[in-house]
Each structure stands twice: as C-alpha cells, then as structure tokens.
Design a protein around this ligand. Structure first.
Ligand SMILES: Nc1ncnc2c1ncn2[C@@H]1O[C@H](COP(=O)(O)OP(=O)(O)O)[C@@H](O)[C@H]1O
Ligand SMILES: [Mg+2]
Length: 294
C-alpha cells in the first residue's frame, strides 16, 4: 500500500516536471552515483569526467554530470557550451529541472552546481528540502551521475564522497599528487563505513610507470588504512588532450582514436563490465611525446 502511494507520488512529480510522455516505471531503479575526485588540483579530473561521460553515453548509458567543483565552472569550458542556470535556480519555483539541465555533446547532460553550492549551509531548512526534492527527479533522466568534485580533503569535497556510491580517485604519477591522493583516502576512511574507491592514474608516460605507482599507493592504503582500493585504469599523457581543450571539443569527439580517448573508453567499459586495461602507446604517440616534451 505504502509502496503504491510513493510510486504514485513519484509519477505525479515526474509528470509535473517532464510531462506524461516520458513516464516509465523506474521505482526499482537508481542511477550509479560516481564522484570523481583527487587530492591535488589540476590532475585532470574535469577532462576525465567529461570524456568518461561521453564514453559511457556511447555505451548506451544516460549520463548526467554534476559540476561540484565550487567556483570553477570548467566542465562548460571543456564541453564548449554555457549553462544559464545553476542548481540553485531550482529554488526559484518558475525554473524546472529540465531547464537547468544543459544538453551537452553526445547526449550528455550537465548541471552546474555553481558557487551556490558553497552557500548550502546558509540555506534555510525549507530551501534545502525544496532543493533536494526538486533534484530527486535527476534519477529519472540518468543511469549514471558523475560528480566532478573539487580537490583535497575539505568538508565540501568529503561530503560528496561520502554521499556517492562509488569514488574514482584520480592522480598523476607525481609524488605530490600521490601524497595528496593518500590524504584523501585517509580522510575518507575516517568517515566512510563502506569504502568503494577505484583508482585512475592519469598522465602516465608508460604502462610500467602507471603500474608501479598504482601498486605502491594501493599497497600503502591496504597496509596503513586497511582498505582495498581497486585499480580502474590509466590514461596516458596525451598532447591531444590540450588540443581538445583549445578547440573546446571534448577529446573523445575531437580525437576519438588518440591514446587517451582509448584509455578513457576502456575505463568506461570497465566501469560497466569490469576488466583490465591493455592499451599500449603507439609509435606516433611516443614520437609526439618525445619531440614535444623537449
Ligand atoms: N591525459 C592527459 N594528457 C595530457 N594532459 C592532460 C591530461 N589530463 C589532463 N591534462 C592537462 O591537465 C590540465 C588540468 O586538467 P583538469 O581536467 O582541468 O584538472 P582538474 O579538474 O583536476 O583541476 C588540463 O588543462 C590539461 O592540460
Ligand atoms: Mg576541475
């Protein structure tokens, strides 16, 4: 009885937002919520998130990105489109969830958290619950919600990590990035009861380097924090990433065959089906790296 009533309420709410034509029963279904985070800033979170969203979309998933990196609206720059609204506009009764969701390239959807997320603690209880209720319907439009968080162990970031079902922790092989990644695992472990962290090493130069740092970080976490971190994959340092940013066309669309695109697509596949990365840098990439790094 209770189940039916809540189902009905959900349908009515959905109808209000999207109109009756989109109604389908998803009551037994909830999207995967994956937070993409890092210890150090500038390790490639936002680019990774946008391209991962495109890769997942190509695998048939409906993906919604929530930009939670307060104050840094980078997702929009990378996608090459601008959202007129942020999540906070949902507090204005005249603006619907559909209106604040920006339709990006390759069918990906995007909501800007905006600097308003920082003011969440200033909101009244009524406004907070209104916001939450209006955001509920995100689950109707997405199979996977990717949250691009800020870097570090601040309260704002940790709150997102604790809230998500899964975490992708991104780091580069640099010692400073690795130390900061470890700090994230430690801070998260102090609050989490069911840790679910997967590691991605970004900007690797060769596979051995990636394997080595991944193993080191995971073994240290296992030994000192008693947590098993899964290895999700690696993404090569790829000059086309910078080219794509300059063009404001995401890498997977502007350079679908470049090595970093292949790595990210493989990671999307692993997220959905499991499995390991077996991509090797090709000769062209090797030459580019050698010549452009001089
Ligand atoms: N795989 C990669 N290969 C080469 N450069 C990369 C790669 N990933 C990210 N970058 C570079 O790192 C910079 C920072 O990326 P960004 O996604 O904005 O990081 P974050 O969101 O972690 O601050 C980008 O501007 C780009 O130049
Ligand atoms: Mg970012």
């Amino acid at each position: 009885m209770i189940d039916q009533a809540s189902k009905l309420r959900k349908m009515i709410e959905h109808k209000k937002i999207y109109g009756s034509s989109h109604i389908h029963d998803k009551s037994s279904y909830s999207p995967r919520i994956i937070a993409v985070t890092s210890g150090k800033g500038g390790v490639g979170k936002t680019n990774f998130t946008v391209n991962l969203a495109i890769a997942l979309s190509r695998l048939g998933k409906k993906v919604l990105i929530i930009d939670a990196d307060l104050g840094l609206a980078n997702v929009e720059v990378i996608m090459g489109c601008l959202s007129p609204y942020t999540m906070m506009d949902l507090l204005n009764g005249n603006i619907s969830l559909e209106e604040i969701i920006l339709k990006g390239p390759a069918g990906i959807q995007y909501i800007s958290g905006g600097s308003g997320l920082e003011q969440l603690s200033d909101l009244s209880i009524e406004d907070r619950s209104l916001l939450i209720h209006r955001l509920y319907a995100c689950e109707e439009v997405a199979d996977i919600i990717l949250v691009d968080t800020g870097a570090g162990v601040g309260r704002n970031v940790l709150d997102f990590l604790i809230a998500a079902n899964e975490i992708i922790l991104l780091t580069t092989p640099e010692p400073t990035a690795l130390t900061d990644a470890y700090a994230v695992i430690k801070a998260y472990m102090a609050r989490s009861t069911v840790p679910n962290i997967k590691l991605v090493i970004n900007k690797i130069y060769d596979k051995d380097e990636g394997d080595e740092v991944s193993l080191k970080l995971r073994m240290t976490a296992e030994k000192f924090l008693k947590v098993t971190i899964k290895n999700l994959g690696m993404v090569y340092d790829d000059h086309n990433m910078v080219n794509a940013i300059k063009k404001q066309i995401p890498l997977l669309l502007s350079y679908p065959d470049t090595i970093a695109s292949k790595c990210i697509s493989q990671i999307a596949n692993s997220i959905l089906h499991g499995g390991n990365i077996k991509i090797k840098r090709n000769w062209h990439d090797f030459l580019h790296r050698l010549i452009f790094s001089k």
